[in-house]
Ligand binder design. Structure first.
Ligand code: PMP
Length: 403
């Protein structure tokens, strides 16, 4: 027995998953060729499981900005934002983000995960209440655990359940902060923000929306679901990440509320970690320019999502959410899910295998996501590969021969 013996069951489970073919949780690309292609095991594959929604990881202007910054300012800051880790680029990016989001203030974190840790653990303090959607991302749950507010979960995307729970809490003192996500990462569904805003107003609560998957994706200007739904005035805090549509790494919190800067002296995941390196700051700064200057990328992303959705629906797959950048296929069981993921990879298509407890209801999923950088021909290739795999796994019935 060692201190790691408690992981035996997890190790056994993982070994069983990995034994079915390639280890889905240990993929290491030999090379990444572009936003849509990589080399894995010596084979060229199509990337249909990234968060590279606008395809900006290889944008030449972002690369040039990052290269210039690393030359000029070095590889890292070696310090926290509140010590030696704030350069003029960090402050400039915060100003740029605030302007883009039409918010008074923004603070940049080293990851989106940390942005949620920092926001949830400080905005709602001791004696306050956090109301979390049951399908919230791990960073939201972890942020709640890091802080001292009382946590109440409401049923996923269910404003009536939220209302019920806020009524139960109405006699209790303390502020109430509701947390929702623009697009949920596992199923690709969006939050019913307009109804949630009504509930928020009735209860005198506050609202934080994590636009991690919807920034640069939804809304006329790419500000996210709140913009698309016309409710930005009722969203008190916006969280987002640079690791998806902006093609880099990092996260942010933005708001219009007075006193925002106090969070810089109280959010531990902001204070006690090193800040983003200059190359990342420069690349994100440039990516925001691209996002604003090229709305056609969002249109292409939308068309690509629709194309994949229509192709899979026509093949006979039952699809849950409306067409969007994320499409997940519900798998009947873990074994089929692992076999499907391997089968699809053998067809030359990389997707994401998602297993419980990280998925809604713990159900196995094959998660796919599109990028604006995918061509229609690549999406057709993917649909054909997924369809062939679906037949091979017995998930699609054999089509009747044409008479
Ligand atoms: N929020 C949500 C909803 C996410 O899906 C993710 C990442 N998957 C994050 C936050 C964390 O983002 P990051 O990768 O920047 O840590």
């Amino acid at each position: 027995m060692t201190v790691l013996s408690k992981f035996r069951a997890l190790r056994d489970e993982h070994a069983a998953v990995a034994a079915a073919g390639r280890d889905p949780f240990g993929v290491s690309f030999d090379a990444v060729l572009s936003a849509t292609e990589a080399v894995l095991g010596g084979r060229r594959i199509l990337l249909l499981g990234t968060n590279n929604y606008l395809g900006l990881t290889f944008d030449p202007d972002c690369i040039e900005a990052a290269a210039a910054a690393v030359q000029d300012q070095g590889t890292g800051t070696t310090g926290s934002r509140i010590a030696n880790g704030t350069y003029d680029g960090h402050a400039a990016l915060e100003g740029r983000l605030a302007a883009f989001l039409k918010r008074r203030s923004a603070m940049v974190y080293t990851t989106g995960y940390q942005a949620n840790l920092g926001a949830l653990s400080t905005i709602a303090g001791k004696g306050d209440h956090l109301l979390l959607d049951a399908d919230s991302h791990a960073s939201i749950y972890d942020g709640a655990r890091l802080g001292h507010a009382q946590v109440t979960r409401f049923r996923h995307n269910d404003p009536d359940d939220l209302r019920r729970r806020l009524r139960i809490l109405s006699s209790q003192p303390g502020e109430k902060l509701i947390v929702a996500e623009g697009i949920y990462s596992m199923l690709g569904d969006t939050a019913p923000l307009r109804e949630m805003v009504e509930v928020k107003r009735e209860a005198g609560a506050w609202l934080l929306v994590d636009e991690a998957h919807s920034l640069g994706v939804l809304g006329e200007s790419g500000r996210g679901l709140a913009e698309a739904e016309g409710v930005e005035g009722d969203v008190d805090f916006v969280v987002g990440t640079f690791s998806k549509s902006l093609g880099a790494i990092g996260g942010f919190l933005a708001s219009d509320l007075d006193g925002f800067d106090a969070l810089r002296l109280s959010a531990r995941p902001y204070m006690f970690t090193a800040s983003l390196p200059p190359a990342v700051i420069a690349s994100v700064m440039q990516a925001i320019e691209v996002l604003e200057a090229r709305p056609e990328l969002r249109d292409r992303l939308r068309r690509n999502g629709q194309h994949l959705h229509e192709g899979l629906a026509a093949a006979g797959f039952a699809l849950g959410a409306m067409p969007g950048p994320i499409i997940s296929l519900a798998m009947p069981d873990r074994e089929t899910a692992v076999m499907f993921w391997n089968g699809l990879l053998a067809e030359g298509v990389y997707s994401n295998l998602a297993l419980g407890p990280a998925t809604p209801g713990g159900k196995p999923l094959l998660r796919m996501s599109v990028s604006a950088a995918l061509t229609p021909a690549q999406i057709d290739t993917a649909v054909n590969a997924i369809t062939r795999t679906g037949y091979a796994m017995g998930l699609l019935s054999v089509p009747l021969a044409a008479e």
